[in-house]
Design a protein around this ligand. Structure first.
Ligand code: NDP
Ligand code: 2IT
Length: 445
């Protein structure tokens, strides 16, 4: 291992000993930059480049106090981690989930810098959210939380500064509540948030964008290897926004999507998931996946984490970080899976990633393959700035073009350092170059 990288990782480890997710993300990125760091070690060392890349520019933390339907007060923690804005305005989602803490948001913000750079669009990286759990809360309670959260968040964000969007637990409903409060506080909304409902200036395709983008990226990667989605069996994990639209696009391309999950169990549906039923359950009724077999009249529900046991060609992990561990990866390989493309952020552990790559599985890292969401967010900002509303077809075509472009950028970057088909290395190096160029141009190095 390159000495400079080793020193920075060691220092990060000491300073962030209680932040395992952040350390994991930093280790993956820094280690894979070895070829390029070694080539320019002296310069980067004197610029303190890796130190600057791994410390967020600013972290905002605040308490969020809200009332439930019985009038009882609750207090949650709220955050916005503004990691790096050399490439463009801070951009990244808001996660509402009980597991949210500084480690999770720093890992997500760090990844977001590379992802956003990879899109080729002028966006820096940020992430925020709260340990508030929207699950099981009434609309009114979610609204109360979002208002209180926005009252603390609003001074830090806005057009030309920092543009938040959705993530786990934050969909169009939450962005509506947040956007309405932001408008009240500041007098204008415009493109201050993305993932807005259409009547508030949202973009067509934003709902579908991460899932569709994942499949466009995967399709391009498979094409390089002489393969496609037609008649392949696919499993998506999760059953939220990313999973549903990845399943939809894969099915449109001729795949049979035989499984999905939530945090309590998983579905196997040999004939292919009934997506109309799934959407109704998850998007309209906000129901649990266990209700799928009864609603669809087919499929089997299993409690627990066994989704990795489904034998299939392609896995698209779309739930959460570290859901796919080494044991799961071994099962996938033993069952003949040939591609794993991440829809979630860092869903595969470092050990599992290594195992998949060593066993010839085509592996696409989320920071590249799930960049469709943030790319479409940028298209939403463009439409807001120009006071336009593009058609579904136009927006979808732009999204596809961006995803195909991302694949080729990182494919080239991996080839350049003699590591063809290692898309982790390709993504990290391609993103790194763009961020470093921008930092140099802005006099930050
Ligand atoms: P949603 O909240 O819509 O859905 C999350 C899904 O993952 C739910 O089905 C949830 O199940 C499931 N899940 C959460 N934790 C676990 C767990 N420990 N084990 C199994 N399933 C779990 O979120 P999104 O679909 O928006 O986000 C999913 C992933 O994609 C995240 O990693 C996010 O960062 C990433 N992403 C999202 C983008 C977007 O535009 N939305 C863009 C790029 C990446 P349950 O209901 O039981 O909690
Ligand atoms: O992880 C992500 O890229 C997102 N949650 C979407 C971010 C965005 O700004 O659209």
């Amino acid at each position: 291992m390159n000495k400079y990288i080793e020193e920075v990782l060691e220092k990060l480890g000491k300073e962030n000993a209680d932040q395992p997710e952040f350390l994991q993300a930093a280790k993956e990125v820094l280690e894979s930059l070895e070829p390029i760091i070694t080539k320019n070690e002296e310069k980067y060392r004197s610029q303190k480049l890796l130190e600057k890349l791994t410390v967020p520019n600013e972290i905002h933390m605040f308490d969020v106090s809200w009332l439930d339907d019985k009038g009882v007060e609750h207090v949650n923690k709220g955050y916005r981690v503004q990691f790096n804005n050399a490439v463009g305005v801070y951009k990244g989602g808001l996660r509402l989930h009980p597991t949210v803490n500084l480690s999770v948001l720093k890992f997500l913000g760090f990844e977001q810098c590379f992802k956003n750079a990879l899109t080729g669009l002028p966006m820096g990286g940020a992430k925020g959210g709260s340990d508030f759990d929207p699950k099981g809360k009434s609309d009114n309670e979610v609204r109360n939380f979002c208002i209180a959260f926005t009252d603390k968040l609003y001074p830090f964000v806005g057009v030309g500064k920092d543009v938040p969007a959705g993530d786990i637990g934050t969909g169009a409903r939450e962005i509506r509540f947040i956007g309405e409060e932001y408008l009240k506080k500041t007098g204008s909304l415009g493109g201050a948030f993305t993932g807005k409902p259409l009547d508030m200036g949202g973009s067509l395709v934003r709902t579908e964008a991460t899932g569709y983008g994942l499949v466009y990226f995967t399709e391009e990667m498979l094409k390089k290897h002489g393969k496609d989605f037609k008649d392949k069996t696919v499993v998506v994990t999760g059953s939220g926004n990313v999973a549903i639209y990845a399943a939809e696009k894969a099915a449109q391309l001729g795949a049979i999507v035989v499984g999905c999950c939530d945090s309590t169990g998983w579905i196997y549906d040999e004939k292919g998931l009934d997506l109309a039923v799934l959407k109704d359950l998850k998007e309209v009724k906000r129901a649990r996946l266990s209700e799928y077999p009864l609603a669809a009249g087919r499929g089997i529900y299993h409690e627990g984490k066994g989704i990795w046991n489904i034998k299939c060609d392609i896995y698209l992990p779309c739930a959460t970080q570290n859901e796919l561990d080494l044991e799961g990866a071994k099962t996938l390989v033993a069952n003949g899976c040939f591609a794993v493309c991440e829809g979630a952020n860092m869903p595969t552990t470092l050990e599992a990633t290594k195992y998949l790559q060593e066993h010839g599985v085509y592996f696409a890292p989320g920071k590249a393959s799930n960049a469709g969401g943030v790319s479409c967010s940028y298209l939403e900002m463009e439409q807001n700035a120009a006071n336009e509303s593009w058609s579904f077809e136009k927006t979808d075509a732009r999204l596809k073009e961006i995803m195909v472009g991302i694949f080729h950028n990182l494919d080239e970057a991996a080839k350049d350092v003699g590591m063809e088909d290692n898309y982790v290395v390709g993504a990290n190096i391609a993103g790194f170059k763009i961020i470093v160029d921008a930092m140099e141009q802005k006099g930050l190095l």
